[in-house]
Write a new protein. Sequence first.
Length: 334
Amino acid sequence: MKTNILLAIESSCDDTSAAIIIDGVVKSNITATQDVHKAYGGVIPEAASRNHEINIIPVVSKAIKEAGISKNDIQAIGVTRGPGLLGSLIVGLSFAKGFALANNIPLIEVHHMKAHILAHFAEKPYPPFPFLCLTVSGGHTQIVKIDDYHDMEILGQTIDDAAGEAFDKSGKMMGLDYPAGPIIDKLAQKGKPIYQFGIPKIANLDFSFSGLKTSIRYFLRDHLKEDPKFIEKEKENICCSIQTSIVNILMAKIKKAADETGISHIAIAGGVSANSFLRSELKRYGTEYGWNTYIPKFEYCTDNAAMIGISAYYKLLAKDFSNQEITPAARLEF
Ligand code: KG4
Ligand code: ZN
């Protein structure tokens, strides 16, 4: 069989990442994170694109070196076309177009959210088709039914904030750095879920987190009026309560989707799938309801180029190539 050597690029938000995939196996996966956004409580698009421009060449060089190949060995390039921040996507896509043109190799566009799901094919055991995936990131929250590498259907999604945003915005209200998700996760491990917040009442498989956000805002405001040191003193319990509320909302919908579809292969993906409570709850539900559960390794949860490379690999096998006219897309049809 012919060897496939692929370079993959991810630059949709604030992480610049490059990976080398050989015959569907990840050989290197290098990510440069951007600390510049921490102080602002969110990603500053202009700063993100400037930093992608600074990071992209060193990150690609490192990925090539770590995989033990040379630039001339690369036979195709996969790149995130969207969804994401336009200025960020432009850097990765322009690099990929130039690289494809200069080396006369195919260009393969990849959908960022589909790639989060296909990260499950970076390492065995692979989930069998069909399976359900709860994809939870900073910008999206979706329940997806996956029939094949190229055939996926969104069964439900958020109507307002994403799960990651719910973590980040709650953390911001508490004065935590961006992204607050991992910080809340860590603090929650020392706390108890003693506080209750509003639970959304949405009948179908869609999600809503804006009510929870408002409920947390008023909760903090009222307690701070009585005791200005409330957050400082109760940090761990507040974080544990926020995390429990968000994860309970997510798990209730996954359970509903499993019941409605009769599918019992259940996966999680995206940045929030790094959350320790979500991971343990998925396992617990799996044991209780007889599901086979699939949880990505930490390096494949948050944004990374390996997942772009795995997606591009399956498109390469299907000879699904893009042309030089493609443009980045802030929103991209699933
Ligand atoms: O998938 P991702 O890296 O980027 C997007 O495509 O958005 O997801 C980033 C999101 C952020 O909101 C971050 O706070 C959240 O994932 N996140 C976590 C954890 N690690 C990352 N949320 C909760 N617990 C974590 N351990
Ligand atoms: Zn992502």
